[in-house]
Design a protein around this ligand. Structure first.
Ligand SMILES: Cc1ncc(COP(=O)(O)O)c(C=O)c1O
Length: 512
């Protein structure tokens, strides 16, 4: 004999529906929330659709659609000839059920590491989630570039017409072999072309097999962090430096050591004293953000450190194409005889960052592991932008575009230099800019830096405080961290000249 269910009365009170929006969806959500938080307990009999429609002044169709959805998702069950009941579900705690229903209705995808609510409960929180609290990136600047945004190349010069034609060509007749799961290390043609480009233009003797295509430099750095570090390993980062790299190392449990940067690059004596250090992250061609080029002596010291301490070096050559006198510098990786340097490159500063295309050049013994690591993270990078970039390179557009971009960045730099005010209290002169897309200018102290940034912002001009690039626990006095960083390539010369006029006005000392 089957057990007779306990029949609880259904109370529609409190179901308030907004008649301007989809009624069946609202009814479904209201009933589902009540099941999850226990207001409708297992075994409650729901009214027949016709009756509920009358109670709530809805069409019967709306109720049937809401019931169908609840039924499909298992919240309710129907018993033949006996009506519709709330299903027998495992008991949820009130807290969990409330959280669940909120999560479903507001979208957990809006995860925000600044919102530390996820850390405040007494439930067990993973260490990476805890670390994210101190290591999240600032919100991206989504508006169109303006003077003097850092890290942005001249979008206005990218040959989108050529790119669009190549994209259309790829999609018109894609090879079926390219539409399934590809090589996690990347499209072979692109890897070949990158290797040839690096051999020719950088003197880096490497083969296509050493290259793993990534989603920009950031994924390359993240893969290094995941695959080369254990929690607690020391990581040397330049201080000031590229914070997004430091965050990636810290997220996997790396212990960040900020190492000073002088006019020769990272201070290798300081590095040698860090006994727990497994990895050093450097930007030797053009230190980010100070602009220093690492001297040959330092490069050799750094390589010797890696060899003696069984350490790794990540060489981030994010803007190496931009050198304004002579050829781009040979990378540190070209001097590496012991397979200690992982070279990171990106197309973000020649094409545009949103393309998310970069690469690693790896010592041969690491290639297989990185390829697997990439496969486990994302299988492989999206196929069309890889193939289109390969065509773009093979047909000579890439080299032509590099030349165009270098010339434009130089000309934009010259406008910035020519208009730089020399008589602003506390603000340094414009240094020589031999490379890259940005320049660092000295400022006397932190208060003055903040003042200059705020005055520029009030006029709609973006200058970035150097103090943002330091590690929070740095023992360098706060006034010694002051300065301004200006990106000069993002907008055309006319806009730069206009922004310079605004800056001179904003910063001009008031005469009494
Ligand atoms: C030093 C450095 N490395 C890497 C990147 C980012 O490269 P990607 O956009 O390819 O991740 C930047 C961006 O500004 C950078 O400044």
């Amino acid at each position: 004999m089957s057990e007779r269910p306990l029949i609880l009365p259904f109370d529609p009170a409190g179901i308030a529906l907004d008649r301007r929006r989809g009624l069946s969806q609202q009814l479904y959500q209201a009933l589902r929330a009540r099941v999850l938080d226990g207001r409708l307990s297992s075994g409650t009999r729901l009214p027949a659709s016709r009756d509920l429609a009358a109670m709530l002044a809805l069409s019967r169709n709306s109720v049937v659609r809401a019931y169908d959805q609840l039924y499909a998702e298992g919240y309710i069950e129907s018993r033949v000839g006996d009506g519709t009941y709330v299903s027998r579900l495992p008991k949820l705690s009130t807290q969990l059920s409330t959280g669940l229903s909120l999560g479903l209705s507001t979208g957990l995808s809006t995860f925000n590491p600044k919102n530390t609510e996820y850390l405040s409960s007494n439930r067990r929180i993973s260490e990476p989630l805890q670390r994210l609290k101190n290591h999240h990136l600032p919100s991206p600047k989504s508006a169109a570039p303006r003077a003097f945004r850092v890290g942005i190349p001249a979008f206005d010069l990218f040959p989108f017409d050529v790119w669009a034609k190549l994209q259309a060509g790829f999609w018109r007749n894609p090879s079926p072999a390219q539409l399934g799961y590809g090589d996690p290390a990347g499209e072979p043609a692109l890897r070949e072309l990158i290797a040839a480009y690096l051999r020719r233009s950088r003197g880096l003797s490497c083969t296509a097999e050493q290259i793993v295509i990534t989603s920009g430099a950031q994924q390359a750095i993240s893969l290094c962090a995941q695959l080369l570090l254990q929690p607690g390993d020391g990581v040397a980062v330049e201080n000031p430096g590229y914070r997004a790299a430091g965050h990636a190392f810290a997220l996997v449990g790396g212990k960040l050591h900020g190492v000073a940067v002088d006019e020769d690059g990272m201070d290798c004596r300081q590095l040698a004293q860090l006994e727990d250090c497994r990895l050093a992250y450097v930007t030797p061609a053009h230190q980010y953000p100070t602009g220093v080029t690492m001297s040959l002596a330092r490069r050799l010291q750094l390589l010797a450190w890696a060899e003696q301490s069984d350490g790794w070096i990540i060489e981030d050559d994010y803007d190496g194409e931009y050198r304004y006198s002579g050829a781009p510098l040979a990378p540190l990786a070209a001097l590496d005889r012991h397979g200690r340097v992982l070279y990171v490159g990106t197309f973000g500063k020649i094409a545009f960052p949103a393309l998310r295309l970069g690469y690693l050049v790896l010592p041969p013994r690491l290639v297989q592991a990185f390829s697997q690591g990439k496969a486990l993270a994302v299988r492989h990078s999206e196929v069309s932008s890889q193939c289109v970039m390969a065509e773009f390179m093979a047909r000579g557009h890439f080299q032509r575009h590099i030349r165009r971009m270098r010339k434009a960045a130089l000309s934009r730099r010259n406008v910035l230099k020519a208009g730089w005010p020399e008589d602003i209290p506390g603000l340094g002169g414009m240094p020589e800019v031999a490379a890259g897309l940005h320049v660092k200018v000295d400022v006397d102290n932190f208060a003055r830096e903040q003042e200059l940034v705020a005055q520029a912002e009030a006029m709609g001009v973006e200058v970035t405080p150097l103090s943002n690039f330091w590690l929070a626990n740095s023992d360098v006095p706060v006034d010694k961290r002051a300065g301004l960083v200006l990106g000069f390539a993002a907008v055309p010369e006319g806009e730069i000249a206009e922004a310079m006029m605004k800056l001179r006005k904003a910063w001009r000392p008031l005469r009494g």
